[in-house]
Design a protein around this ligand. Structure first.
Ligand SMILES: *Cc1c(COP(=O)(O)O)cnc(C)c1O
Length: 381
């Protein structure tokens, strides 16, 4: 409900918001949405219990109804037994597995499909490691728009079944999500479909930003000490970091509220951001043979690498990887200790937190949030 334009955080180029802009025309980096004005009063929050509660901070035109399936407003669960086991003062799990189609991809797709519908594009296309395709299929159905999904043939069968269940066209490809991405882009340029690939359009970030807004509201307008985020393309991490800046800019946070340290968790079999962070680099190089059963983390080359790394450095954050075994054990521990239906990506966040606490890189006095980004149900065969 606020006017916005697109701005390139790398080179400063700008563009008005109505176009189907993919990436910056000048330098090829992702666009971010910049709002002309943001509200100073929290009274603008709407009395609805999904992410569109924050409509005033999202790319939505006056009087426009979002394409929504009740995404967001997920619980922030206090896990004291897990906190004791890990050895930190407090540990909360933000359970994103409760979103429509079982992952936080719903948030990004709700925002992106809302804009794509307004642009009148003929259809929607996405490459996916699984959950993005399931979410887009549902939101395409909600908007009455055709959807085509490109997925590696190794994608969990349950997730592929979800894509088909919503009537989307599914194309499986040999290789990883990078290969699926090339096929999706070729199809998009041929048929004029809106390419909803991670960071090839600026709106999924705005949807995922609402995780940061919810954290602040759920903590009573302050923020935790540490946020551990299982990072694939990094949309959520970039989005939350953007949310925290906007919250501070609007004066919505308590005066004493500090920003959290942002921590990237990746699988040892695909850890390009962890490697770049270790080298204090400003960008990541592609991971050669990406392998992990945490399929949302099997992203060898993230378009938003510079933005992810910037958020880690600016927040005095950290990055670490966990082995497949450690991920499996932590996924089970998360489920057994809390009753949360943990996905392997959530398990990866827990495994990385445990290793950072043991190494003294996260303080035992810290109040920590880990993200369970999906529901475990999609990974059981
Ligand atoms: C996509 C996905 C991720 C990675 O999310 P990004 O914000 O792109 O880094 C993590 N977990 C699950 C379950 C996912 O589906």
């Amino acid at each position: 409900m606020s006017e916005w334009s697109l701005e390139c955080p790398a080179c400063g180029a700008t563009r008005q918001g109505a176009s189907a802009a993919s990436v910056c025309h000048a330098c090829g980096q992702p666009w971010l949405v910049r709002y002309a004005t943001l509200p100073v009063s929290r009274d603008v929050l709407l009395p609805r219990w999904d992410m569109w509660r924050y409509s005033t901070l999202l790319p939505l035109r006056d009087g426009e109804r979002p394409v929504s399936l009740g995404e967001g407003a997920t619980p922030l669960l206090d896990a004291p037994a897990l906190a004791r086991a890990v050895g930190v003062r407090a540990l909360y799990v933000k359970d994103e597995g409760l979103n429509p189609t079982g992952s936080f991809k719903a948030r990004g797709m709700s925002a992106a499909v809302t804009r794509a519908r307004a642009l009148g594009v003929p259809g929607l296309v996405v490459p996916t490691a699984g959950n993005a395709g399931a979410a887009l299929s549902a939101y395409g159905a909600a908007a009455g728009m055709p959807v085509r999904v490109y997925a590696p043939e190794t994608t969990p069968a349950t997730i592929l079944g979800t894509v088909r269940a919503f009537g989307a066209e599914l194309v499986t490809v040999a290789g990883h999500i990078g290969d699926a991405g090339r096929a999706a882009r070729a199809f998009a340029s041929e048929c004029g479909y809106f390419d909803v690939s991670t960071l090839r359009e600026p709106y999924r970030i705005e949807g995922k930003k609402t995780m940061g807004l919810e954290l602040a509201e759920q903590f009573g307008w302050r923020l935790p000490d540490v946020v551990v985020y299982p990072t694939g393309g990094g949309t959520g991490l970039i989005g939350m970091w953007k949310a925290f800046q906007e919250l501070r800019g609007m004066g919505w946070l308590d005066a004493s509220a500090a920003f959290p340290r942002m921590v990237t968790a990746q699988a040892a079999g695909c850890a390009p951001i962890v490697r770049a962070f270790g080298a204090r680099a400003d960008h990541a190089t592609p991971w050669e043979r990406p392998e992990t059963h945490a399929s949302g983390l099997r992203v060898p080359s993230a378009l938003g690498d510079r933005l992810i790394l910037r958020a880690l450095y600016e927040s005095n954050g950290d990055a670490a990887a966990a082995s497949e075994d450690a991920i499996r054990r932590a996924t089970a521990r998360l489920a057994h200790t809390t009753g949360i239906d943990a996905a392997p990506e959530g398990g990866c966040a827990l495994a990385v937190l445990e290793s950072l606490v043991a190494a003294g890189r996260v303080s035992r006095d810290a109040e920590v949030v880990i993200f369970n980004t999906g529901s475990g149900v999609g990974y059981r065969s």
